[in-house]
Design a binder for this molecule. Structure first.
Ligand SMILES: NC(=O)c1ccc[n+]([C@@H]2O[C@H](COP(=O)([O-])OP(=O)(O)OC[C@H]3O[C@@H](n4cnc5c(N)ncnc54)[C@H](OP(=O)(O)O)[C@@H]3O)[C@@H](O)[C@H]2O)c1
Length: 344
């Protein structure tokens, strides 16, 4: 597995980060999907995918802890975790809550250090407005009050050797700009795939400051795969029949004029799954992409998908033009549509 620098942190991360949101049941048990997920993580570690993204919200840390507890490479594994302080509806930043979330993760993951803390400043806004540009001014204004105690608690945890890089999950580009300008963060962790190219708008600013970037959901939750690219052919009961995915499929239709020639005979990749994964690493600023890998079969496909030619970086601004036009015409999830489905 190729590794890439994460900004100027000195960390080299594997191109693929193992995302744990969907790979095991939320309740500890011995069901077949959890067993497949367990094998996927064990085999991923053997293949050099030693970077794991988790959150207490996913309910799957029991499995990650089970795999890592006695694992011979436990010390080599790098962890990225979400730390949500203040969480939705909470009025202000609480350093004790921040520390508690880090310490809980260290215990549950049998880890000595969290290498990438991904801070999410939610706060006194409704959950569904998180991604909405209308909520941005309030979140940016609140950032001022969050920064000082955040820096303080992060520095203390760093001094204790418990955490490495401090990053932010900005939700919107405007918040990302404010976070970059603050100088408080080593990097940004955000959605990045063929249909979610927004963060390219701050890539140069990040480069100038030596910050690193980690992308999330390269397959757009599974939509950008051969199995789901054609919505009409989805099997009954597939989660992407849900109306929450209508916009994403409309957006895909707008992007296909650019992407179709890239996929298949004579293109950059032989399959949609492969192209989407390669695209998610299109810029050298992107250190790693966090993908949910739920079975050993998906793992092998993900690893094979990265072989061969990579997309021309000139495609990124072209795809982003489509994204920007789509956003302008349809709003940025202005009604919150799709958010819950995308995240679970
Ligand atoms: N705010 C945040 O920080 C945040 C939010 C969301 C997610 N995340 C992280 O990002 C990770 C990825 O998110 P995501 O699951 O929404 O998006 P994703 O990685 O783009 O999509 C993953 C889905 O694609 C399908 N898939 C995986 N490998 C495949 C393959 N080889 N062939 C065909 N289909 C394949 C699987 O769905 P099926 O098994 O159903 O086919 C899988 O669940 C999560 O695990 C989590 O760690 C972070």
């Amino acid at each position: 597995m190729e590794r890439r620098p994460f900004g100027t942190t000195g960390m080299e991360l594997p191109e693929i980060c193992f995302g744990t949101m969907r790979y095991a049941a939320k309740t500890p048990g011995d069901d077949a999907p959890s067993r497949a997920g367990q094998r996927a993580l064990e085999e991923a570690l053997d293949l050099g995918i030693d970077f794991v993204h988790s959150s207490y919200e996913y309910g799957t840390r029991w499995m990650t802890g089970k795999v890592l507890a006695g694992h011979p490479h436990r010390d080599r594994v790098r962890h990225a975790i979400k730390v949500n302080v203040p969480d939705w509806g909470e009025p202000k930043f609480d350093p004790a809550a921040f520390r508690r979330q880090v310490e809980d993760a260290l215990r549950d993951l049998h880890a000595d250090r969290i290498d990438v803390v991904q801070h999410l400043q939610r706060g006194g806004i409704e959950r569904l407005l998180g991604y909405d540009d209308r909520a941005e001014p309030q979140r940016v204004a609140d950032l001022d009050a969050v920064l000082e105690p955040l820096r303080e608690v992060a520095q203390r945890l760093r001094d204790e050797g418990l955490i490495g890089a401090l990053t932010t999950f900005p939700y919107t580009v405007g918040y990302a700009r404010a976070a970059i300008a603050s100088g408080a963060f080593d990097g940004i962790v955000a959605y990045f795939n063929l249909l979610e190219t927004e963060m390219v708008e701050v890539f140069d600013l990040m480069r100038d400051q030596g910050m690193g970037f980690i992308g999330i959901r390269p397959l757009m939750g599974g939509l950008l795969t051969d199995a789901r690219i054609d919505r009409a052919a989805l099997p009954p009961g597939d989660r992407m029949h849900d109306a929450g995915w209508d916009r994403a499929y409309d957006h895909l239709a707008a992007a296909r004029a650019i992407v179709d020639p890239e996929v298949g005979e004579g293109g950059t990749a032989r399959s949609w799954t492969s192209y989407a994964l390669k695209f998610s690493l299109i810029d050298p600023l992107i250190a790693s992409t966090v993908v949910s890998i739920n079975t050993p079969e998906q793992l092998l496909e993900v690893v094979a998908a990265l072989e061969g030619a990579r997309p021309d970086p000139a495609l990124l601004p072209r795809l982003h033009e489509v994204t920007a036009r789509f956003r302008a015409e349809h709003g940025v999830r202005a009604d919150g549509a799709g958010v819950p489905q995308y995240e679970r």
